[in-house]
Ligand binder design. Structure first.
Ligand code: MG
Length: 376
């Protein structure tokens, strides 16, 4: 009897270790999803041609697998038409798919499956895409830029955005933007010439002008573009409403400046249907469902000689750092959103003298600030 117990002890130890191994493998390997809604607060109310807002609802997300954590963000300004409730609903719809997957997932295949779960929900899909790219980067020890074959990007100039506001606030914002070499101006009202003239009293910096569909007459649009070229405006974004396709094509054919599509193009399929309406596109992760689709759009633009502007939907450092991984591909960069907030709960890219710097850490290079956010 005593001999039998002694003989069983090592077997028990092996069984115990085997059970512990299986338990650890399951706990650490299979993907775990968590999320937290968050309200990003602007330093100044942010005005565009259709509305002004003080904050941006956002949902932050973590995907945990193999001992790594990937971070994602769904940024949800109201005009996007995607709510916190819908976004969380989509995460829950994706949960069974994600929780079946271990740390050795195949990224494009998984992203295609997520995309097919339901139409729309582009910001929710972008959050999952960003977190999965972050995980994949951490697993492989590469930055997302390296995963897509970009050399560790040099720092790039970004524009600094100045929303529609009262004269005194615009002047204050111009001072705040002193270290930036390019400004992005929100326009699209009857006072656009007055606005540019005001800015020109204070600075001669090149300007990107974003009209947010605010102009309606094609002759007026062309006249404004010619006048703006003389004011050192270097591009005009979405001058007319999405529905005015033939008028946009008419303007683009005659414009001396690049005409960039924003509201007219969400995903690759929209780019393919443009038919001469624009000469470039503002690619945003929240519109296009994430990095994977953004890379497809970048390839299309390179093939079709289309101007690439990398922008954002006013994300925190979490989403903006993900997009900044692709900045080596861009003609123009508008990724200043984290600077517009007073409670950005992530750290990632940094800004110095108007340039964006990647930090070279694997994945998207972001980490949450525990004093501002706990996810899950
Ligand atoms: Mg825009």
């Amino acid at each position: 009897m005593g001999l039998a117990v002694i003989c069983l002890l090592p077997i028990n130890r092996i069984v115990y270790r085997f059970i512990l191994f299986i338990f650890t493998y399951c706990v650490l390997s299979f993907m775990k999803l968590n999320y937290t809604p968050f309200l990003l607060e602007f330093k100044h109310p942010f005005g565009v041609s259709s509305n002004t807002r003080k904050e941006t609802p956002t949902v932050f997300l973590t995907l945990e697998s193999g001992g790594w954590i990937g971070y994602g963000e769904a940024c949800l300004p109201a005009y996007l038409g995607e709510t916190t409730e819908h976004t969380i609903g989509f995460f829950e719809k994706a949960r069974p798919l994600l929780e079946k997957i271990d740390s050795k997932f195949e990224l494009p295949g998984l992203l295609n499956k997520i995309d097919l779960l339901e139409q729309g929900n582009n910001a929710a899909k972008a959050a999952l895409d960003i977190a999965l790219h972050d995980l994949e980067g951490k697993r492989s020890g590469k930055t997302v830029a390296e995963m897509y074959g970009f050399a560790q990007s040099e720092a790039r100039d970004t524009s600094f955005t100045i929303g529609i506001d009262k004269e005194e606030v615009i002047i204050q914002k111009l001072h705040e933007a002193s270290e930036f070499s390019i400004l992005k101006i929100k326009a699209g009202t009857e006072d656009d010439r007055k606005l540019i003239n005001l800015i020109r009293k204070h600075t001669n910096k090149p300007l990107y002008v974003d009209v947010n569909q605010g102009w309606k007459d094609k002759h007026h649009v062309l006249e404004m573009i010619h006048w703006m070229k003389e004011q050192n405006v270097v591009l005009v974004e979405q001058p007319m409403p999405v529905a005015m396709r033939s008028e946009m094509a008419w303007v683009t054919q005659r414009s001396p400046l690049p005409i960039i599509a924003d509201e007219s193009v969400k995903r690759l399929v929209d780019l393919e249907k443009l038919e001469g309406g624009f000469s470039g596109v503002n690619i945003k992760l929240m519109k296009c469902t994430g990095i994977y689709e953004a890379m497809k759009m970048i390839s299309w633009c390179k093939k079709n000689n289309f101007v690439i502007l990398l922008g954002c939907m006013a994300e925190s450092s979490c989403g903006t750092s993900a997009m900044a991984q692709l900045m080596a591909s861009a003609d123009y960069i508008d990724l200043d959103a984290p600077l517009l907030y007073k409670n950005d709960p992530f750290r990632g890219i940094s800004y110095k003298n108007g340039k964006i710097y990647l930090n070279g850490k694997p994945g998207t290079g972001v980490e949450p600030l525990p004093e501002l956010i706990t996810i899950g």
